[in-house]
Design a protein around this ligand. Structure first.
Ligand code: GDP
Ligand code: MG
Length: 738
């Protein structure tokens, strides 16, 4: 037996799916996360039941990929029953979809979800009225609290055994006769689900009308009889209006004694601040800064940075915060040589210190056991462990960063960010809908690129794929964390990382503007998105997200990263005539030779100059395998926090290069399969070009700052003016196009 879950975005389908099947599928807060359908099994009835989680939709019209997927599934793959999940705090809006599902010849059960919220606010819902009006069973549940689930499945199981004929709610006689007439003609041609198809046909539905197998002639006479003057002759609009009126009339009384919407008003109040016309963007930046501060700052309370306080050598604080672990191990505290503690570190840095201590101890332990001077000691200690240590010591920070991003996502704030962005950039021809997959890029570009399926326009999809790696993904975070520790001692680490993320977003926006300026078509589809009420993020969900991340990280570290570290080690310890034995100095290795050739390519970007230049070059190249490899390679080649000798300008340029260049192979492959052919070529060129140019510009701007701050400032002003002019150009061009 097969059962489908259908409903609006954010009505709790995935939560219900997870509690039915015991799976921990990703529960996101925006429409579009669930593009592909998920399947699982419910095993608590005598017969095992297959459950399919359909993408969230507002209607069965053919305008978005989600709508088409869900519609085709219900109509063509004949599930035994559809559970229509409804957000009980938003009854009327959710019932709009219900009116369409009911037209299909399939058993339907309505699951009134979020009843816990309704009850919390003392509301009740008149289930009987709904059942009598719609003629299908209604079960109250709370997917989140796991309430009413068994009852729902029991009812569904019974319903699924009897076939059900589609029903329509229309009462207008002209319209119903028209429907009956088309339906009869369809039945003559053996069309299944004739009522549904007839109504879609009358709506002039794109898919229905292009269906060659169904021939319906001579219906103009009927059409003329129907008064669509209030809708500019738009049949679909007329029918949509009839549905809404029906819902309003049938359930108007009910909504009066339903008080369940108080939580929405709290949300509204929060939204007044968080989506404020002017303040929302600075607030978003502030929220991001706070996150980065908590994860990357070595001086959480600005003790050293703002107040210039240095706590000299209190051994116990050093110990507690993990700051002085090396000194503690070396027992230098007694000698009074321990480092000065520059402020209290953030949780991220604190955890990182302890993780560093842990991995450091493992390395010490292993190298203590291994025989000295053999090639395999070199491979394991200097190659593998050193490389993995560098990556693993940043694991706590990355997980913490993800925890914060998941909180922002689960609470409903990220959906607001898409809304804010849409409002700010719509007039430049950029839509908020495209920002949703882009925001997912903060996690990983691969799912972000796949989520672009939700965008209707091919060009827009190509563009979103192109820009998604600019939203710095989790695998790039170790690079920023490492460089943050180098830049300027204690206070600037968090600002450095924050600015990298902001730079990514700004460059993505400017890139989009450039594409709009030189592209032909400028047509922004309307962005209809209902903002979900703010939720307290669920601990279980957050942990599930983190666990997924952790598993992914371990998997990557134990496969592709380990393999590439071994290759790097080999290339960096042998000459071209590798049978002659290991080289004494890494700079005589094959890798050094390769790097020295490529090094010249990046000379203008600053970071590949000098003796270690080839190492940075090689690290950037290995980053193409997996971005974690950048840090892994650097430490295998002996570049660590303490030995990186780049100027701040060069560090920034190096970071920018790695942010904007080709993402890892997996992401490149995804981009190729999701883009159009031409789009993909432009994308590759854009990644290569943007990374090189930006890296160079940043380096030379840094140089200007070094000469004199006013020169740097001047350069920044020139850039900002250029951006404003570009923006104005695009706006003008769009106006002309209209
Ligand atoms: P989907 O878009 O339909 O798949 O919806 P999700 O399953 O992703 O749920 C959206 C949000 O609603 C999540 O934050 C869930 O935690 C929350 N949610 C789902 N079901 C319930 C429920 O019964 N009660 C409450 N309070 N929240 C719920
Ligand atoms: Mg979902």
């Amino acid at each position: 037996m097969k059962i489908a879950l259908a409903g609006n975005p954010n009505c709790g389908k995935t939560t219900l799916f997870n509690s039915l099947t015991g799976a921990t599928a990703h529960v996101g807060n925006w429409p579009g996360v669930t593009v592909d359908k998920k399947e699982g099994w419910y095993k608590k009835l005598p017969e095992h039941i297959q459950i399919v989680d359909l993408p969230g939709i507002y209607s069965l019209s053919p305008y978005t990929p989600e709508e088409i997927v869900s519609r085709n599934f219900i109509v063509d793959e004949t599930p035994d029953c559809v559970i229509n999940v409804i957000d009980a705090t938003n009854l009327e809006r959710n019932l709009y979809l219900t009116t369409q599902i009911l037209e299909i010849d399939v058993p339907v059960v309505i699951a009134l979800n979020m009843m816990d919220v309704v009850q919390k606010h003392g509301g009740t819902i008149d289930v009987q009225t709904i059942e009598q009006t719609l003629q299908v069973p209604v079960v109250e549940i709370s997917a989140l609290k796991n309430e009413g689930i068994a009852q729902l499945m029991k009812v569904t199981y019974q319903e699924a055994k009897q076939p059900r004929k589609g029903t329509s709610l229309f009462t207008d006689t002209t319209l119903t006769t028209y429907i009956q007439c088309v339906q009869a003609k369809m039945e003559q041609q053996n069309v299944t689900n004739s009522l549904f198809h007839a109504i879609k046909w009358i709506e002039k539905d794109r898919i229905e009308r292009s269906n060659q197998e169904v021939v319906i002639k001579d219906t103009e006479q009927w059409e003329k009889k129907i008064d669509t003057s209030a809708f500019d002759g738009d049949m679909e609009g007329m029918i949509a209006d009839a549905r809404y009126q029906y819902i309003a009339q049938s359930f108007a009384k009910m909504s009066q004694n339903k008080k369940g919407l108080e939580s929405t008003t709290t949300s509204d109040r929060m939204d007044r601040v968080l989506t404020h016309r002017i303040w929302s963007i600075p607030l978003f930046l502030l929220v991001m800064f706070i996150v980065f501060h908590f994860v990357f700052s070595e001086d959480l309370f600005f003790l050293n940075g703002l107040f210039g306080i240095e706590i000299s050598n209190p051994g116990w604080i050093n110990f507690l915060t993990g700051m002085g672990y090396e000194d503690i191990l070396a027992e230098t505290i007694e000698n009074g040589e321990a480092a000065v503690l520059a402020g209290i570190p953030s949780l991220g840095v604190f955890l990182q210190n302890w993780m560093g201590w842990l991995t450091g101890s493992v390395i010490d332990l292993v190298s203590g056991i291994m025989p000295e001077g053999t090639w395999y000691t070199g491979l394991i200690c200097d190659g593998l462990l050193t490389g993995l240590d560098a990556i693993f010591s940043f694991l706590p920070q990355i997980l913490l960063l993800f925890l914060f991003i998941s909180i922002l996502e689960d609470s409903g704030y990220m959906a607001r960010v898409a809304f804010i962005m849409d409002r700010a950039f719509r007039k430049f021809g950029l839509s908020g809908k495209a920002f949703i997959p882009l925001l997912m890029g903060f996690g990983c570009s691969v799912p972000a690129m796949m989520a672009t399926k939700t965008l209707e326009d091919e060009k827009e999809r190509d563009l979103a794929i192109r820009l998604s790696p600019f939203f710095s993904c989790g695998a790039k975070a170790p690079i920023w964390a490492m460089l943050a520790a180098v830049v300027a001692g204690s206070f600037l680490g968090d600002i450095f990382v924050f600015s990298i993320y902001v730079l990514g977003i700004v460059v993505a926006i400017v890139s989009a503007l450039l594409m709009r300026a030189f592209g032909k078509k400028v047509d922004v589809p309307p962005f209809i998105m209902e903002l979900p009420a703010y939720h307290m993020p669920q601990f279980k969900n957050l942990m599930a997200h983190l666990w997924e991340k952790f598993k992914h990280f371990i998997y990557k570290a134990s496969t592709i990263i380990t393999a590439s570290i071994i290759v790097i080690w080999f290339l960096s310890n042998f000459q071209w005539a590798f049978w002659t034995g290991m080289v004494d100095d890494i700079s005589e290795s094959m890798l050094a030779d390769l790097g020295r050739v490529l090094q010249y390519v990046f000379y203008p970007c600053g970071w590949s100059m000098g003796q270690d230049g080839w190492k940075y070059t090689v690290a950037s190249i290995t980053g193409l395998i997996a971005k974690e490899d950048v840090v892994g390679t650097m430490s295998t080649l002996g570049l660590t926090e303490d030995t990186i000798a780049l100027s701040n300008a060069a560090i920034y340029a190096f970071a920018a290069y790695n942010l904007f260049t080709l993402p890892c192979f997996a992401a490149v492959a995804t981009a190729k399969s999701e883009s159009t052919k031409k789009g993909f070529l432009v994308t590759m060129a854009w990644w290569l070009g943007a990374s090189y140019v930006l890296s160079m510009v940043i380096f030379w701007m840094g140089k200007l700052f070094e000469i004199g701050w006013y020169l740097g400032l001047l350069a920044i002003i020139v850039l900002v003016v250029a951006m404003v002019l570009l923006g104005e150009f695009v706006v003008k061009k769009r106006k002309v196009a209209k």
